[in-house]
Design a protein around this ligand. Sequence first.
Ligand SMILES: Cc1cc2nc3c(=O)[nH]c(=O)nc-3n(C[C@H](O)[C@H](O)[C@H](O)COP(=O)(O)O)c2cc1C
Length: 130
Amino acid sequence: MKVIAFLGSPRIDGNTELLLHEAVKAIEEQGHGVRTFKLNYLRIKPCQDCGGCDKTGKCIINDDMNEIYDAIREADRIILASPIFFFGMSAQTKAMVDRCQSFWCEKYLLKQTIPEGPYGRKGLLLLVVA
Ligand SMILES: Cc1cc2nc3c(=O)[nH]c(=O)nc-3n(C[C@H](O)[C@H](O)[C@H](O)COP(=O)(O)O)c2cc1C
């Protein structure tokens, strides 16, 4: 099973990373590998609302989201871990989530299903406050 995780906290060994680490450990103990993306260290430009993905389902921006798009497409399980910053997810997390607008266009405007693997596609949301 392909499992990916997004760490949305900028704080090394902070609360979010500790919680995510526990989740990853439990998954690895079941024999599955987990690929973690530390969003703070990636080059992810915020969505420009340019409409570029409306007709193609593809984002026109060329940055580290390219790798994330591929990883999400192939993932069976997706973990999103973020601290709460002013009642919402962190800016690092929100930038990545907004850039998934291209998936939304692919599914809801272009009516193309994004195929799931044999295990289906499920998510785990970890939101951390003090
Ligand atoms: C900019 C900022 C905004 C925050 N806003 C909230 C908030 O709205 N509600 C809350 O309960 N905690 C808030 N916190 C506290 C963090 O959510 C909390 O310290 C969290 O555990 C930080 O996770 P980390 O250790 O992974 O960085 C905020 C912290 C920061 C730095």
